[in-house]
Structure formats: structure tokens, C-alpha cells
Design a binder for this molecule. Structure first.
Ligand code: PAF
Length: 290
């Protein structure tokens, strides 16, 4: 496994002799901000299954943080991350510095997430998805993959990335990998390390609320009833400060309302102590699911 820190080094490794248009997908990228856990490793394993060459990027992207304290405290664990990646057969780790990624300071030209960037997570974290898309766009250019793997846990992020790839004609297939959970249901997140034991126990209410909403939808509840079931579950933990529990369109991320029929993402965000967590479930509204 090669660990490189600059775009020049990456380009040096990137020449794949014999690769022609029409060859089977051969390079996959998994983009991360480090502090790797089983959720990231599931992305890497999925990438390894499908591509000949796997590049993992590790970069804590300042553009997507709206809170300087959050950026400063984000865990940075490069050596431990590389030790987890090596046995999985990763070919290249690209871990650039901020100066390498943004040599002229904050970029003048950025990618705008549009309406996707203004709802739900975007409404709570203004500019977040513009920052995500800008760095994802740069990393796609730098790593030149055929496939890019992202976790379904960041449902709105994957919708934003897919929309960017579609709207800007990027020659890459975006693959969503299911959320990895601890045995008790807590979605894995790099932020879980900030939870104390009692906070971690309280955080389980997020996945319970999603299960309640999903279960209701699957037996024929409409959108309002399913969300009410989720809110009722959340009410069991009054110390968990809920930002939203909403259903969104799986393609546009537009929040759904009324008599919606079809697939939906139910997403929740809440603050548990000082830690803000998100989670989601994909469900379907319409006739009961067997
Ligand atoms: O999901 C993440 O870890 C980040 O948002 C990403 C995609 C690596 C961009 O910085």
C-alpha cells in the first residue's frame, strides 16, 4: 500500500498501462475524513470487490465545517487508519494537507449544491454541502476513478454527490453502501467516540425512532403517521435535542409531505450532549410490504 500526500505523487502512481476506454471498471475511490471505523471499512471492502485498484482518500475538509471548534476537534488518526486499510488490500492512500488541496486558500470557484444544500442538514449547516461537493469534485479529478463508494448513512450527501455527477457529466458511477450498525442499532460514525457511556445509551433513540417510522410505513401508515411514530419514539429521550425527523425524496432530497407514495428516506438529526448525530432508513409508502 502506497501512502502519498501530494497530487504529483498521486499522478505518478495513477498511470495504468494498458487501460482502454471500455475496460471493466478498474479503479474505485473511497473518500473519507479519517478516524476510520467498520463503516468505512465496509466501503473499502465493497470497492475491493468491484475494482482492480482501490484508492482511499483521507482529508478533513475545512470547507464543509461551519464551526471552527468542530473542525479542530475532528479526530485525526492517520497511522491507525493506514493500519486498518493495509490488510484490506488498499492500493493507495491519498492523505493531502490543507495547503495541498487549497494552495491559494479558500477556492474562488466552488460547486453549489443548490436546493439540496438548503434543506435538512443543509439548513442546519449552511454551506456544508457546497464544501462537500467542492472537495468531492476535486478528489474525483485527482483520483480519476471509475467508481466512487459512499455510505448510505449520509443519505443527503450521497444524493448531492449523485446529482453533481449527473448534472456535471462526471464519468464516474456513484455506489451507495448500506449503513453499518453496532449490534444495538447505533449507526457507526467517527463522532461516536465523543459520546460518554450514558450519551451513547441515549443515542440509541435515533435508530429506534427510524425503526418505528419504517415499521409503521411498512404496514401501510401514511407519511404523517410514520413520522408521528418516529417522534413518539424520540420523545422517550427528552435529553436528546432533535433537529429534525423528516422524510425526503431519495433522488432530489426534497422533504416529502402529504399523500406521498413510493420510496422515501426517513432522516433524523439530533444532538446528544455536545455531539450531533445523523441517521436514516430507506422505506416505502404505499401498500403494506410483506
Ligand atoms: O463523508 C465524508 O467523510 C466527507 O463528507 C467526504 C465525502 C469525505 C468529503 O469530505
Amino acid at each position: 500500500m502506497r501512502i502519498v500526500h501530494t497530487a504529483d505523487e498521486l499522478r505518478g502512481l495513477a498511470s495504468r498501462p494498458g487501460r482502454r476506454a471500455g475496460d471493466r471498471a478498474s479503479r474505485a475511490v473511497v473518500m473519507t475524513m479519517g478516524a476510520l471505523h467498520e463503516g468505512h471499512l465496509a466501503l473499502v471492502r465493497a470497492a475491493r470487490e468491484e475494482a482492480d485498484e482501490v484508492v482511499v482518500t483521507i482529508f478533513v475538509n475545512p470547507l464543509q465545517f461551519d464551526d471552527a471548534a468542530d473542525l479542530d476537534s475532528y479526530p485525526r488518526t492517520l497511522d491507525a487508519d493506514c493500519a486498518l486499510l493495509e490488510p484490506l488490500g488498499v492500493d493507495v492512500v491519498f492523505a493531502p494537507s490543507v495547503e495541498e488541496m487549497y494552495p491559494a486558500g479558500d477556492p474562488v470557484v466552488t460547486v453549489a449544491a443548490g436546493e439540496i444544500g438548503r434543506v435538512l442538514e443543509g439548513a442546519h449547516r449552511p454551506g456544508h454541502f457546497d464544501g462537500v461537493l467542492t472537495v468531492v469534485c476535486k478528489l474525483l479529478h485527482m483520483t480519476q476513478p471509475d467508481l466512487a463508494f459512499f455510505g448510505q448513512k449520509d443519505a443527503q450527501q450521497i444524493i448531492a454527490v449523485r446529482t453533481m455527477a449527473r448534472d456535471l457529466s462526471m464519468p464516474v458511477r456513484i455506489v451507495a453502501v448500506p449503513t453499518v450498525r453496532d449490534a444495538d442499532g447505533l449507526a457507526l460514525s467517527s463522532r461516536n467516540v465523543f459520546l460518554s457511556a450514558p450519551e451513547r445509551a441515549r443515542a440509541l433513540v435515533l435508530s429506534r425512532a427510524l425503526q418505528a417510522a419504517d415499521a409503521a410505513a411498512r404496514v401501510g401508515a401514511d407519511l404523517a403517521e410514520a413520522l408521528a411514530a418516529g417522534h413518539a419514539a424520540l420523545a422517550h429521550e427528552p435529553d436528546v435535542e432533535v433537529d429534525y425527523l423528516e422524510a425526503l425524496d431519495p433522488v432530489s432530497a426534497v422533504p416529502l409531505e402529504g399523500d406521498y407514495r413510493g420510496e422515501a428516506v426517513i432522516a433524523v438529526a439530533a444532538r446528544v450532549g455536545e455531539t450531533r448525530l445523523i441517521d436514516n432508513v430507506v422505506t416505502r409508502f404505499g401498500p403494506p410490504i410483506d
